[in-house]
Write a protein that binds this ligand. Structure first.
Ligand SMILES: Cc1cc2nc3c(=O)[nH]c(=O)nc-3n(C[C@H](O)[C@H](O)[C@H](O)COP(=O)(O)OP(=O)(O)OC[C@H]3O[C@@H](n4cnc5c(N)ncnc54)[C@H](O)[C@@H]3O)c2cc1C
Length: 395
């Protein structure tokens, strides 16, 4: 008789491990199926989070490499907007260690961690879920009462389980680079290179910087163009040998649960559409998913209706934030280079960004309202400038 798990979790990334930990510590029989072994984890992620994420993964002091309370935003033509808060707003994590730590915690809570296996097939019937994996020891099928898909953007896997992938995604690129003179986070709007694209440089230690790029297409080309830019190129000690890439969802899935199955984290598109950051939203979703699943398992009611509470709760907590973020992103991706310059120039000149940053509703993880309101305040002035007009400072 094959072993029957309460829950099989596909993907031992941050979201999958948090769901598994919460369920296993509640006494559920959980198996996590992950294709990468812990010693081969190579995250394609900058690892910046706000304090609520740290609270969620406590204790975690040894995971924090750096803290940030200021950043500079740079327009395509080099106009700069500097913002600074009075307390640390963001924390840069040792991302590989985070992933290993969350796996260890899931295992310590009682989840069975099966690493180095690729999930090749799933089937969800009215009374059972079956997940087929292939690994060094051959193929095997895991049976479970419920299935959590936390395998990132993986449309085939999601559709086969009756769910929908996030409806929109961009592509992110990541590298650790040796670079001088990056003392605070620098965010570059790259609408001159590709519509809606941006890049960031985050200092981790003296001379060591995390580079991130987000673009709807040709991210490798966008990253190369960015690194060749004056002001960036001359501070690089050497060009990165490898730039990792992966899809970043920027819209929530329209179906993230069904009978016996649900998606969590990047798989469900639970990512900030403004920045592509998904650690915090994935963690919040993991906690909510585990609570609803736990109750559904106890009642032996794993119907789509019972599991829909997860989606309803999650959307009521974060739906507004995501909608505002998506609107801000849509506006940005339609702005001309001159208009982006204009917005940055006006925000710097009027002090609107500093004012908004000090408002009690702003936080690193819930920033889309502040961002949208700053954008909408500066946009009319920027739109009145002819696209491409040079500022007085340039003339
Ligand atoms: C360049 C870049 C920078 C980023 N920077 C930040 C940041 O600073 N802050 C932030 O909050 N977020 C950031 N993100 C996003 C963040 O990395 C993701 O939101 C987060 O990793 C999502 O976690 P997850 O567990 O949902 O998915 P993932 O991290 O994608 O984990 C999915 C796991 O599933 C496994 N898997 C997939 N398919 C299979 C399969 N078929 N069989 C077995 N296992 C499988 C994968 O190996 C992986 O371990 C960034 C993303 C990119 C691309």
């Amino acid at each position: 008789m094959p072993e029957l798990f309460d829950v099989a979790v596909i993907g031992g990334g941050p979201s999958g491990c948090l769901v598994a930990s919460a369920l296993a510590s509640g006494g559920r029989r959980v198996v996590v199926l992950e294709r990468r072994r812990a010693d081969a984890v190579e995250p394609c992620c900058t690892g910046i989070v706000g304090r609520p994420y740290l609270d969620c993964i406590q204790p975690c002091e040894d995971l924090v490499l750096a803290a940030a309370r200021s950043a500079v935003f740079i327009s395509p033509s080099g106009r700069r907007l500097h913002v600074a808060a009075s307390v640390d707003q963001a924390f840069v994590l040792d991302r590989a260690l985070l992933e290993r730590r969350l796996r260890q915690r899931a295992a310590a809570a009682g989840a069975e961690m099966v690493e180095g296996v690729l999930v090749t097939r799933t089937s969800v019937s009215t009374d059972l879920c079956e997940t087929r994996v292939s690994g060094p020891d051959g193929a095997r099928t895991y049976s479970s009462r419920a299935l959590v898909i936390a395998g990132g953007v993986n449309p085939g896997l999601l559709r086969r389980a009756g769910l929908l992938p996030p409806s929109k995604h961009m592509v992110g690129a990541h590298a650790e680079v040796e670079m001088d003179g990056v003392d605070e986070t620098e965010v570059y709007f790259l609408s001159d290179v590709a519509p809606g694209a941006f890049a960031w440089l985050v200092p981790m230690a003296p001379g060591r910087v995390r580079l991130g790029v987000l673009s709807a297409s040709s991210v490798a080309q966008v990253a190369a163009t960015f690194l060749a830019r004056p002001g960036v190129r001359d501070r690089l000690r050497r060009r990165p040998l490898h730039i990792a890439q992966r899809p970043v969802p920027v819209a929530v899935s329209r179906r993230m649960h069904g009978e016996r199955v649900r998606s969590v984290g990047d798989a469900a598109g639970q990512v900030k559409p403004t920045t592509g950051g998904g650690l915090y939203l994935g963690a919040m979703a993991a906690v909510a998913a585990a609570a609803v699943l736990s109750e559904a398992l106890a009642r032996d009611d794993l119907s789509a209706r019972a599991l829909s509470r997860y989606e309803t709760q999650w959307r009521s907590a974060f739906g507004g934030e995501l909608r505002r973020g998506a609107l801000a992103r849509a506006i940005y991706s339609r702005l001309s280079v001159g208009h982006v310059d204009g917005v940055i120039e006006l925000a710097a000149r009027t002090g609107v960004a500093e004012k908004l940053l000090r408002s009690p509703s702003f936080s690193f993880d819930r920033h889309s309202g502040t961002l949208l309101s700053g954008l909408l305040r500066c946009l009319p002035g920027a739109l009145l400038r002819p696209a491409g007009r040079q500022s007085e400072a340039d003339s």
